[in-house]
Design a protein around this ligand. Structure first.
Ligand code: NAX
Length: 326
């Protein structure tokens, strides 16, 4: 058998992890023949709850689960990791301003960035899920100068999967039939679900659906507001679908995703007018163990406007937290 891989997962006592941990332990990210060690991180007051979840993991008797570490110290959690899913973050409490929320999370990801830099393997694949995910990933990268920035990513895959599901339903096809969909930008209501390059059976999806007004006035806002709709219906935020998207993101990055494109928040190289260094959702092609940006797409005025709007929000968020780095 293969030696186990080590994956750190933060926010282990939370609701996303209540789905995520079991799927990682089952082999959904690294594959059915790859043992895993879970290195679980949460805050001190949540560790009892983490222990309870770990009892349940034990009770699943997962053959691939080689070991579980429980800690409140990022340096223990990130030691020698091959991958991390950073789900834990500070939620907005009653009356908390957006700026204070950004600052509280920036402080968390600054500490975690330093720990990552100190103890993680240089080729570890990092996925930030905890919100504000893009800006948290930006802080993490800034705080880990010795760690390759290209290995720090944020999750926009839930938005991508949401758009894929809605478009497939509209076209009356299975989700796999739709390719080259992109969700650009911030994981927030400014995200831009872009069907400009999307294809269905090798034809332009836009031509096949043939309803530009539906796309602009229904699809884009439905995807952007899906999280809110789920909270209203369930009285709790999306958890199983968020865990599933995190699994998809990391599994594709580890194993590749064939010819298809997926959307990932990655550190910008300046292309598409996205300021260098900003962590922004873009289309990528996952090769086995890596990803390559899809370059050279031409954006029409509508696409440009939508992308600029979400970039502007990311720039604002960066401005709000930049002082934390000093
Ligand atoms: P929960 O509030 O259920 O769980 C969060 C967990 O994080 C708690 O156990 C908490 O103790 C822990 N935590 C807080 N600070 C921590 C720290 N400094 N180190 C380690 N752990 C810490 O939230 P849940 O529903 O699981 O959601 C987790 C995060 O995912 C939230 O920030 C949420 O907004 C975000 N989401 C991001 C999505 C994305 O697409 N990027 C989609 C789903 C989700 O909304």
């Amino acid at each position: 058998t293969k030696p186990p891989v080590r994956i750190a997962i933060s926010g282990a006592a939370g609701q996303i992890c209540y789905s995520l941990l079991f799927r990682v332990a089952q082999g959904d990210v690294f594959g059915p023949d790859q043992p895993v060690i879970l290195q679980l991180l949460d805050v001190p007051q949540a560790l009892d709850a983490v222990r309870g979840v770990v009892m349940e993991l034990e009770d699943c008797a997962f053959p691939l689960l080689a070991d579980v570490i429980i800690t409140d110290d990022p340096k223990v959690a990130f030691k020698d990791i091959d991958a991390a899913m950073l789900v834990g973050s500070r939620p907005r409490s009653k009356g908390m301003e957006r700026r204070d929320l950004l600052a509280a999370n920036a402080a968390i990801f600054k500490t975690q960035g330093a720990a990552l830099d100190a103890v993680a393997k240089r080729d570890a694949k990092i996925l930030v899920v905890g919100n504000p995910a893009n800006t948290n990933a930006w802080i993490l990268a800034q705080s880990a100068p010795g760690f390759p920035a290209k290995n720090i990513t944020s999750m926009i895959r839930l938005d991508h999967n949401r758009a894929q599901g809605q478009l497939a339903a509209k076209a009356g096809v299975g989700v796999d039939a739709i390719t080259k969909l992109v969700v650009w930008g911030n994981h927030s209501p400014t995200m831009f679900a872009d069907w400009g390059n999307a294809e269905l059976d090798g034809q332009k999806l836009a031509d096949r659906i043939g309803d530009e007004a539906w796309y602009r006035e229904t699809l884009i806002p439905t995807v952007a507001q899906r999280g809110t709709a789920i909270i209203e219906a369930r009285s709790a935020s999306s958890a199983a679908s968020a865990a599933n998207a995190a699994i998809d993101h990391l599994r594709d990055w580890v194993h590749g995703a064939g010819d298809n494109w997926v959307s990932m928040g990655v550190v910008s190289d300046g292309s598409y007018g996205i300021p260098q260094g900003l962590v922004c959702g873009v289309p990528v092609h996952c090769t086995s163990g890596g990803y390559v940006r899809i370059e050279g797409l031409t954006l029409d005025p509508f696409q440009r406007t939508m992308l600029d709007r979400t970039i502007a929000e990311l720039v604002d968020e960066r401005e709000a937290v930049i002082d934390i780095l000093k």
